[in-house]
Write a protein that binds this ligand. Structure first.
Ligand code: PEP
Ligand code: MN
Length: 349
């Protein structure tokens, strides 16, 4: 995948903000004016057609709101962005010269919808930058598939947005970040600009700032954040929208990390230490597997079943306790030992 050439996608950090939904001309213009005046936000976002999980909610104003975005452009000079989900939306946004499109998490999860959308964008506005949100479920192949459909349809400027993943458990997050997934996307498609959407990950105002900071520290290329002049009265996603004034404060406290790494000597030294420690870790794991294999032979000779739940429970509890003393999290050690145990069992079978 070649790097996108649109200047719209080049600033670092790339900052996009605006309301979840365009609700009125006044709400849209007020928000845009404050963003223009008080923040470094480069692109204005507003949802015009809202894909709601369940029927009965506010589904967006639709086409009339595109005229408000035209006005944002003419009055503030900011480029404007909105979500498209079906070819009809692409026709309307192309008629209005909307500068950037994004594809929502429910659409990127549906290959048929994605194909129709990709064909429409490729036909009507192949140079308009398109940002693809991750699908609602943590399926990286589906996410990459959506990106490939756009690329194959001739769309030239593509980026991605990490907006977290729906999970069954009760979480602090509305959509769990599972950072390893966007990091894997970055490993597979290093040229692709990758933004973070802390609003839909957090689902709560107080989580926006820490999530935005984490994303910047990880090296994301930018952020897309929902903002509303009066969040409590917002017609969609009210719990996660922040006022433009508060957004300005969040952004002032952010530090974007540039990627000057190749010549950094202290960093090189740290990495040498990590390389050394990793090789010791691998050696110890290999020795552990060898002992486990001997145990497997012993169990086979003496007719003892491979899996001994009680022993595993004890191992896990004692490792978690020791790890806690060393300042490591329970969740991490549990995952690590679950994986080691699974491999040991495979070897013993
Ligand atoms: C949005 O950006 O307003 C939106 C609907 O997001 P998502 O597709 O991530 O739920
Ligand atoms: Mn929203």
């Amino acid at each position: 995948m070649t790097a996108p050439s649109s200047p719209l996608l080049s600033p670092r950090p790339l900052l996009i903000a605006g309301p979840c939904s365009a609700e009125s001309e006044r709400q849209v213009l007020t928000t845009a004016e404050i963003l223009r005046r008080d923040t470094a936000v480069q692109i204005f976002r507003a949802g015009v057609w809202k894909p709601r999980t369940k029927p009965g909610g506010f589904e967006g104003v639709g086409e009339p709101a595109l005229a408000w975005l035209d006005k944002v452009k003419s009055e503030t000079g900011m480029p404007v962005a909105t979500e498209v989900a079906v070819p009809r939306h692409v026709e309307a946004t192309a008629d209005h010269g909307i500068d950037l499109l994004w594809i929502g998490a429910r659409t990127s999860a549906d290959p048929f919808a994605m194909q129709e959308l990709a064909d429409a964008i490729g036909r009507l506005c192949p140079d308009t930058p398109v940002l693809v949100k991750n699908p609602v479920v943590a399926d990286i192949e589906l996410w990459i598939g959506a990106i490939e459909r756009l690329r194959d349809a001739g769309v030239r400027n593509i980026g991605a947005i990490h907006r977290g993943f729906r999970s069954l458990g009760h979480d602090v997050y509305r959509n769990h970040p599972r950072w390893s997934v966007p990091l894997e996307l970055h490993r597979r498609l290093p040229q692709l600009p990758l933004l973070c959407d802390p609003s839909h990950i957090g689902g709560r105002r107080d989580l926006i700032s820490p999530l935005a900071r984490t994303a910047m520290d990880m090296g994301f290329d930018g952020l897309i954040i929902e903002t509303h002049p009066d969040p409590d009265s917002a017609l969609s996603d009210k719990d996660q929208q922040v006022t433009p004034q508060y957004l300005a404060e969040i952004l002032r406290n952010l530090r974007h990390r540039s990627s000057r790494t190749a010549t950094d000597e202290p960093l090189r030294q740290f990495r040498l230490q990590i390389d050394q420690l990793d090789s010791e870790l691998l050696e110890i794991l290999a020795r552990r597997m060898a002992v486990s294999k001997e145990i497997g032979d012993y169990k086979r000779r003496h007719g003892i079943p491979v899996v001994q739940t009680e022993r595993y429970e004890n191992v896990l509890l004692s490792r978690i306790a020791s790890a806690a003393d060393m300042g490591m999290s329970e969740e991490f050690i549990e995952k690590l030992f679950a994986s080691i145990h699974e491999e040991s069992i495979q070897n013993q079978l």
